[in-house]
Write a protein that binds this ligand. Sequence first.
Ligand code: NDP
Length: 237
Amino acid sequence: MSSFSGKSVLVLGGSRGIGAAIVRRFASDGAKVAFTYFSSPDDAQALATETGSEALRADSGDRDFLIALIDSLGPLDVLVVNSGILGAGDPLEIPPDDIDRLFRINIHAPYHSAVAAARHMPDGGRIVFIGSANADRMPMSGLAAYSASKSALKGMVKGLARDFGARGITVNVVQPGPTDTDMNPADGPLKDVMHSFMAIKRHTTSAEVAGLVAYLAGPEAGIITGAAYNIDGGFTA
Ligand code: NDP
């Protein structure tokens, strides 16, 4: 029997990159997986067909739609909130509405979706956020809102761990360093700068991040909660 056989998993932002690797991992471990997407319907449909999972269109920036969707899915054993945007640029130039949308997707969506999922989650459920090593180290300019949003998740998991701990529900954040995706390609222009901050000078793979998520969502991690795990080649060391 696979380790997630019979488990129901929802991944927010699963169409590409790290989220898609998480969908693949849970599906291959036997879970019933649903995932959301927003701008990439073709990638989402291809992944759903490949993995036998269900693709659901939902903007993580739309709080009420997200809460209603999670309510409609019934009890989830595992919620992974991966959807996130970068919003890099000169803070004097970025439109304030863009920053507010970044906060809605990167901070508000994890909070509201975790609470919505916990309403129906069985005892022993798992909530995992995908944060960033930039919560702990921000060595470049132009990413203040992004790093602030990822730092918020560290406080959020501590509080939610207290809120849901009596039910054995764990809440943790996985903080990747540079990871090879559309957001941060391993052959991108900032590759050498980013690797200069790392002890192991290569991008993380999405599958490596998915492996840590699967561990935290699995039966061996029932006592781990309110914690942040860096997976970053020593970016924060
Ligand atoms: P990508 O940009 O490659 O993929 C982002 C994923 O999030 C896509 O599936 C996208 O779906 C989804 N998404 C984005 N906005 C929304 C939205 N409004 N509603 C629903 N889904 C949305 O990013 P990565 O895979 O690299 O990043 C995934 C997570 O990991 C993010 O939270 C990111 O901050 C974090 N991270 C990434 C690092 C990296 O180096 N790559 C390092 C540290 C953290 P769609 O295209 O369908 O809209």
